[in-house]
Design a binder for this molecule. Structure first.
Ligand code: SAM
Length: 242
């Protein structure tokens, strides 16, 4: 696994963050050292997914990156004849994800599609995972995506949504941001790397509050919507279609 040093040198101008070849190369290291709780979410979403997966249905991983969520779901789901579909709009991610799934789940039915998740047709789904990806979509498009996920789910199916969240209280926001930076420093990111990454990502990752996510899930039609995980500002929600 290559070590993330993308922001270790001073840059004259820090450009907006993109999921390109350079990021793919260091992605597992970057996400593990940047997102507290990431590995816990990945392993638990497989366990949660198994509770809702139905035989002869499709399991979607929207914004699949290198396939970590799909692999966790594959390892845990006991239901038979599951079709795994991963979607990502970064070609370099899709290429590497295809290789990962072929290597680690060769006996499964799976496909990885290079596509904008706003265009993905969701049908016959029992589990839809959208792990740290909705936050990169324009805010005004998020309601319609959640509604399409709801419409494409079978009765009894679930969506698992993980997001970086923000807080209404400035004091709480400031404290949690400080904790997150301390976590990154403890994982050997320098202050310059933390600052440059922050500048690069702030125009492309637009966080919302936990209350906004729960409200959107309810407005989309889900009758149960729970925040099941939070570590600092990194959170995960599950909503079930009746
Ligand atoms: C933080 S990563 C997701 C991590 C991944 N789900 C995991 O758990 O390891 C965000 C991913 O979403 C993808 N992405 C961002 N916007 C997208 C869009 N509109 N359509 C499809 N993929 C998108 C990026 O290319 C990137 O791979």
């Amino acid at each position: 696994m290559s070590r993330d040093s993308l922001y270790s040198q001073p840059r004259k101008q820090v450009v907006d963050f993109v999921f390109d070849d350079a990021v793919v190369d260091v992605f597992p290291d970057m996400i593990r050292r940047s997102v507290p709780g990431y590995e816990t979410i990945i392993s638990l979403l497989g366990i949660l997914g198994n509770q809702y997966a139905q035989a002869n249905s499709t399991v979607y991983d929207l914004g699949c990156s290198l396939g970590a969520s799909t692999l966790s779901l594959y390892q845990q789901i006991k239901a038979e004849n599951i079709q795994f579909v991963g979607i990502d709009n970064a070609p370099a991610m899709v290429e590497q994800c295809q290789a990962n799934l072929q290597k680690h789940m060769p006996d499964s039915q799976h496909q990885v599609i290079c596509q904008d998740i706003q265009d993905t047709e969701i049908t016959n789904a029992s589990v839809v995972v959208i792990n740290f990806t909705l936050q990169f979509l324009p805010v005004e498009t998020r309601n319609s995506l959640l509604k399409r996920i709801y419409d494409g789910l079978l009765s009894g199916g679930c969506v698992i949504l993980s997001e970086k969240i923000q807080f209404n209280s400035e004091q709480k926001q400031s404290a949690i941001t400080d904790w997150h930076h301390a976590f990154k420093r403890a994982n050997h990111y320098s202050d310059m790397e933390i600052s440059q990454k922050r500048t690069s990502i702030e125009n492309v990752l637009i966080p919302e509050t936990a209350e906004t996510h729960i409200q959107r899930l309810q407005n989309s039609g889900f009758n149960t919507a729970e925040q099941w995980f939070q570590c600092f500002s990194f959170s995960s929600f599950i909503a079930v279609k009746a």
